[in-house]
Design a protein around this ligand. Structure first.
Ligand code: ZN
Length: 165
């Protein structure tokens, strides 16, 4: 029956994708196994989620997503240089990796490593893909109704139903 389902809220979608930037450089792609997400919960970028609606298994989609509907417009003056010792000793720092921090009011804040020069680490509030127009090539591999657990959690679980985080 699952081949009759279309992409809609409350369904788990498994899809293969290739993501390129304006220059055609591959930024990201699904591996051997397709990526699974729960539709309607903002688990993928809004501009792609919106364009997925109504697709069925086997359908292909070429979607262009503007920064406003992806990782946001790049903001200026949101970087800071900190010393390596500000991070846990065992943390392996890499350019582009997210770092969880605490905002001025103690609220959780997501930062990204922009540059590493010796012991100086530049962190930024801009997501590495902020300001970029994204070009997706998508192929729908599977669509199924989400189970109660997935709906309660707001995300898809593995094929074996195991809670993996
Ligand atoms: Zn969960």
């Amino acid at each position: 029956m699952s081949e009759l389902l279309t992409v809609a809220d409350g369904r788990v979608i498994l899809f293969h994708y290739v993501l390129k930037d304006d220059a055609g450089v591959v930024i990201d792609a699904s591996q051997e196994e397709p990526l699974a997400y729960l539709h309607g919960q903002g688990n993928i970028v809004p501009g792609l989620e919106r364009q997925m609606v109504g697709l069925k298994v086997g359908d292909e989609l070429v979607a262009t997503v503007a920064p406003e509907e992806a990782y946001g417009v790049a903001r200026g003056d949101v970087t800071e240089s900190v010393h390596r010792s500000a991070f846990p000793k065992d943390m392996e720092l890499q350019v582009g990796m997210p770092v969880r921090a605490e905002g001025p009011d103690g609220q959780p804040l997501m930062l990204w490593v922009e540059k590493i020069e010796g012991a100086r680490v530049t962190i930024t509030l801009n997501h590495p893909l902020a300001g970029k127009t994204l070009h997706f090539s998508v192929r729908i591999a599977e669509i199924r109704e989400a189970n109660e657990n997935e709906l309660a959690h707001g995300h898809a679980h593995g094929p074996d139903g195991h809670h993996h985080h």
